[in-house]
Write a protein that binds this ligand. Structure first.
Ligand code: MTE
Ligand code: MO
Length: 352
């Protein structure tokens, strides 16, 4: 489903994500805040500057040859994933009503950000690593190039990559070629595409997408009036799950029916259990849950439910390896920009 052509924003139908550990490149969701920049790989350079002993300016060839190649299979998830369920609680003007499809998985290949930072030599005052790209986002206030940051503690983890390949193919332009950041376990917004600059600094990025957007404001706040540093800044993604098959709002024969979906725990946790209900959450059965192939990848699950005739609400909820459970109601989570909805997944079926 394409929400916008310019900037290009699209999510695959939920059923296209079902039972696949990696998402094909033509199916992977696209989230852009501005026009896709035209970068010539031969002229493109990455600057590494700020609180470093040796600022660097690296071509793609230098990156490939100076640093060891690394590969990480990771799920990217937009903070707006499942916003549609929040919109049903209360309207969220100006933000795409994403379903559960702004979540996709791929194998990324490139170099470790930690190795590049080691070559530059972080100074002791460096506490955050900021990323900047050349795409100008018109919706930012004021319009500015896209950027964000992560704390040094995350930036030095081996799973954080500067990637030029995705599913064994050159990184597609729409996904950030020639080089993007991949921050597994953190909201997609931090995985900056078309990366041109990495800056070590004492404070988080003051870019609009770090300082003002991607924050959970109190329900009563006016998002148009929110200034920098208001609300809860999103970093690690929240425990979440979705039902991928059958599709929402479909007509099915009553009787035993296969139900499948994904669950994702985020930052170093794994999904420990998924419960599925055919009566809107009054009673539950445990789904068959795939073992975590890596802490950075979603886990698929499946079960068979005996669906009664009539209107049926199927619900799913995940528990993580710390014993945390997803909250029941989107009404409790509603926030003015519609981020981080991890309430129980629900679909409505008509069975006959
Ligand atoms: N990087 C740049 N330069 N510009 C952007 O608009 N969008 C971010 C992130 N990186 C964005 C970006 C957001 S919000 C998400 S969810 C992911 O990219 C989406 O990555 P994808 O389009 O490859 O799926
Ligand atoms: Mo996003």
């Amino acid at each position: 489903m394409v929400y916008e052509q310019e900037p290009f924003n699209a999510e695959p139908p939920r059923t296209a994500l079902a039972e696949r550990l990696r998402t094909p490149l033509d199916t992977f969701y696209c989230r852009n805040h501005g026009p896709v920049p035209v970068l010539t790989p031969a002229e493109w350079r990455l600057s590494v500057d700020g609180m470093v002993e040796r600022p660097l300016e690296l071509s793609l060839d230098q990156l490939r040859h100076r640093f060891e190649e690394a590969e990480v299979a990771a799920t990217l998830q937009c903070a707006g994933n499942r916003r549609a369920d929040l919109v049903e609680v209360r309207d969220i003007p100006g933000e795409a009503p994403w379903g559960p499809g702004v979540t996709s998985s791929a194998t990324f290949r490139g170099v470790r950000l930690a190795d590049v930072l080691a070559a530059a030599g972080l100074t002791p005052e460096a506490a955050h690593i900021a990323f900047v790209a050349p795409d100008i986002a018109p919706a930012a206030d004021p319009p500015q190039p896209y950027g964000g940051s992560i704390p040094v503690s995350k930036a030095l983890q081996p799973e954080v990559l500067l990637a030029w390949a995705m599913n064994d193919r050159p990184l597609p332009r729409i996904h950030g070629a020639p080089l993007r950041v991949v921050v597994p376990g953190w909201i997609g917004a931090r995985s900056v595409k078309w990366l041109t600059r990495v800056t070590a600094q004492a404070t988080p990025s003051d870019n609009y997408f770090q300082a003002t957007a991607y924050r959970i404001l109190p329900a009563e706040a006016d998002p148009g009036q929110a200034g920098p540093a208001e609300g809860i800044s999103l970093g690690p993604i929240a425990l979440n799950c979705a039902i991928l098959r059958p599709d929402d709002n479909t007509h099915l024969p009553a009787g035993p029916t296969g139900i499948t979906g994904y669950a994702l725990a985020g930052e170093e946790r794994t999904v420990a259990r998924v419960d599925v209900s055919a009566d809107g959450g009054d009673s539950w059965v445990q789904a068959d849950l795939d073992r975590a192939a890596s802490p950075w990848l979603w886990q698929h699950w499946r079960t068979i439910l005996d669906l009664p005739p009539g209107e049926v609400e199927v619900a799913a909820r995940a528990w993580d390896s710390t014993g945390a459970l997803m909250p029941a109601s989107p009404a409790d989570l509603w926030n003015p920009k519609g981020y981080a909805n991890n309430s129980w997944a629900r679909i409505r079926l008509t069975c006959s």
